[in-house]
Ligand binder design. Structure first.
Ligand SMILES: Cc1cc2nc3c(=O)[nH]c(=O)nc-3n(C[C@H](O)[C@H](O)[C@H](O)COP(=O)(O)OP(=O)(O)OC[C@H]3O[C@@H](n4cnc5c(N)ncnc54)[C@H](O)[C@@H]3O)c2cc1C
Ligand code: FES
Length: 273
């Protein structure tokens, strides 16, 4: 689905990280956790290619006065890294964006009642909020959020408000445990005899470590990948990654935008990429 969205709010929530709320058609309310949207950040030709962002949240705003229709909205959480995200951060309320989505697969929720362990690094938390919102309906949920410094640990209060138990870790020790968040995840798995399911999104190194932990302990693990995307719809093959069986003799590729961005960690090749 392609639609025009009017920006309702665009604010810096931590240095370099922004949260944008925009209007959306009612169909967007059916977006699954883990799906993404492709955003045209500028109506001119530069940058020409849309930028992908996970769906952080969807919901409906109830108008203050009676008689007006409820307004569905979409939120993204983004980090300014280059031209496109830099341009996004300069937009204001009432500016219009062109959006394609929701696209891609989402996370599989897994059995109700079983502990759900959500692991996010930096802006990797973006698609995990909608996931947590869905999972808390029928399972205990724990969030493991990591970053280099406290500025990279985002929206923890929002997760706590959902009823999620939050653990944080930073490499410089400025918030939570000092070190990698994967260490905290392992401590929890030790305490529960490897019960539950893992859901992760973040930098590749973190995902690789989480995939290793899941495989070693036999805990089902899903990861959401963030690669480069151009079309977002399976046409350019610019986003492919290697599947677990990949070798020079036996090419095994996965198209991240259509088959992912969420994969079972065991489906992918991790070593050396
Ligand atoms: C499925 C998917 C979901 C995503 N969800 C989010 C999200 O919710 N929030 C968010 O902030 N970002 C997300 N990203 C990453 C985001 O799309 C890129 O950061 C963005 O496209 C960069 O655009 P730019 O024009 O600002 O940067 P560019 O000018 O294109 O690049 C600037 C710098 O950023 C680096 N860079 C560009 N793209 C990426 C990337 N995908 N990963 C790591 N480094 C990159 C480049 O190497 C370069 O150094 C997602 C990516 C994918 C594929
Ligand atoms: S981004 Fe074009 S095929 Fe995935």
């Amino acid at each position: 689905m392609q639609f025009k969205a009017m920006i309702l709010d665009n604010a810096e929530v931590s240095p370099g990280y922004w949260r944008m709320r925009m209007t959306a058609p009612p169909e967007m309310l059916a977006a699954r956790p883990g799906q993404f949207v492709m955003v045209r950040v500028n109506p001119s030709i530069d940058p020409l290619i849309r930028r992908p962002f996970g769906v952080f949240d969807v919901g409906t705003l109830q108008p203050a006065y009676t008689g007006a229709a409820p307004q569905p909205y979409l939120e993204i959480l983004y980090r300014v890294v280059g031209k496109g995200t830099g341009m996004l951060s300069t937009l204001h309320d009432n500016d219009i964006l062109d959006i394609l989505g929701p696209l891609g697969t989402g996370f599989e929720k897994g059995p109700a009642g079983e502990e759900k362990l959500i692991v996010g690094g930096g802006v990797g938390l973006a698609p995990l909020y909608l996931l947590a919102k869905e999972l808390v309906k029928d399972s205990p949920v724990r969030l493991f959020a990591g970053g280099r410094t406290r500025d990279d640990v985002l929206c923890i209060t929002e997760f706590e408000r959902l009823g999620v138990e939050c653990y944080t870790a930073t490499e410089d020790g400025s918030l939570g445990e000092c070190g990698l968040v994967t260490k905290v995840l392992e401590q929890r798995l030790d305490a529960t005899a490897n019960k539950g399911q893992i859901f992760a999104c973040g930098p590749h190194g973190m995902l690789k470590a989480v995939a290793g932990i899941g495989a070693q302990r036999n805990v089902p693990t899903q990861v959401s990948l963030e690669g480069y995307m151009a079309c977002g719809m399976g046409a350019c093959l610019g986003c492919v990654c290697q599947g677990a069986e990949h070798s020079a003799e036996n090419p095994d590729y996965r198209c991240v935008c259509t088959e992912g961005p969420v994969f079972e960690a065991a489906e992918l090749k991790w070593e050396g990429n």
